[in-house]
Design a protein around this ligand. Structure first.
Ligand SMILES: Nc1ncnc2c1ncn2[C@@H]1O[C@H](COP(=O)(O)OP(=O)(O)OP(=O)(O)O)[C@@H](O)[C@H]1O
Ligand SMILES: [Mg+2]
Length: 337
């Protein structure tokens, strides 16, 4: 089955074709970073309008790269939520219209299920059960995955998401938008241990997170420092170490609690090199396995939507030709496959 995947939940237009026999055939992404940079954050209306401009050219490009005509598609998957409602509507309306014109089934995909399943896309041997750490710009969750579509939330952030904390901390220290990857780059040249920040909520049992206090600690350290480039790098390193260590401690607890032997990491912060290294070491120590998507599939992309949609379409799940999106959507409400 060849499935077209469309992702437009936020500030990235992503399109891909996934073939259930041959794997990923083509994918393309257009990032709106430069469009939103001058505002220091995503402007929803500008995001929607740019998806309108970019989506069809990207669909044509991906089909050409895959050597397919529209009629060769067997189904269409699009992100139906969570996300910005206007941006979601662009992908949903386009995906639905395309499927209707081609007389093919279409399915609305949960964006976080897309992230969660991304590590399986290029690793056919990887199957549930496992524990997933979802660390993105809007979410920090530990999820027990019994099967595709069977998700139990073990813990989540009570305030900022890990990616959000990276972005806000970077902004506070004057780094350009989007700050997360920039701060990670800066941390590479920072010296460890010079600035030591707390590992929030690791001093008590449980699997929830809280990152907003950490951000305040960094702000105070930055304001009280000499604010030289070297100090900024040292603070960035201290912040990154605190986030990475906090995530690692909770992952370890989640593995202990569930008895799972596999940890799957997804979402934009999953592209962080130090986090990947730390979780790899943790897995090796306990004879477990940790799996990440390639860094480009950690952040938003069409491939994960094509893949997650293909699994649901293969299971016979699709919806009537009505465009609906769900900007707030509890993953626990999904049917199992
Ligand atoms: N190397 C990195 N180190 C740390 N954070 C990173 C890195 N690369 C990306 N990020 C962070 O990942 C986030 C973007 O990831 P992603 O695209 O998955 O999130 P989102 O789609 O905005 O949020 P959600 O999926 O929760 O709706 C940003 O917060 C960004 O700062
Ligand atoms: Mg995302």
């Amino acid at each position: 089955m060849r499935v077209l995947g469309i992702e437009t939940s936020c500030d990235e237009t992503g399109v891909a074709v996934y073939d259930t026999d041959r794997g990923l055939l083509a994918h393309a992404l257009f990032s709106q970073i430069s469009l939103h940079a001058q505002y220091g954050g995503v402007v929803p209306e500008l995001a929607s309008r740019d998806h309108v401009r970019k989506l069809l050219p990207l669909v044509r490009q991906v089909l050409a790269e895959a050597g397919l005509a529209p009629a060769d598609l067997d189904g269409v998957a699009y992100t139906a939520g969570p996300g910005l409602v206007g941006a979601l509507m662009v992908g949903a309306a386009t995906g639905r219209a395309l499927a209707w014109a081609l007389d093919r089934p279409a399915v609305g995909v949960h964006h976080m299920e897309g992230h969660l399943l991304a590590p399986l896309l290029e690793d056919p041997g990887l199957k549930p059960p496992f524990v997933a750490l979802l660390v993105s710009g809007g979410h920090t969750q530990l999820v027990e995955v019994a099967a595709v579509g069977e998700y139990r939330l073990l813990g989540e952030t009570l305030d900022d998401a890990a990616g959000e904390a990276f972005d806000k901390t970077a902004k506070m220290m004057g780094l350009p938008y989007p700050g997360g990857p920039e701060l990670a780059r800066l941390a590479e040249s920072g010296r460890p241990g010079l600035f030591s920040f707390s590992r929030p909520m690791t001093d008590r049992p449980g699997l929830d997170f809280s990152f907003s206090g950490l951000k305040t600690q960094v702000l105070l350290a930055w304001q009280g420092s000499d604010q030289t480039p070297e100090t900024r790098a040292d603070i960035a390193r201290g912040f990154e170490d605190a986030v990475v260590e906090t995530l690692a401690i909770k992952c370890q607890r989640a593995l202990d609690q569930t008895g799972a032997r596999t940890l799957v990491v997804a979402g934009g912060v999953g592209a962080n090199a130090r986090l990947r290294e730390r979780l790899q070491a943790l897995a090796e120590k306990r004879d477990a396995r940790v799996c990440f998507p390639r860094p480009a599939f950690c952040t938003d992309n069409g491939a994960m939507i094509a893949f997650a949609g293909a699994l649901r379409l293969m299971a016979g799940q699709h919806e009537a030709a009505v465009v609906t999106v769900t900007p707030r959507w509890d993953m626990a409400s999904l049917p199992s496959v």
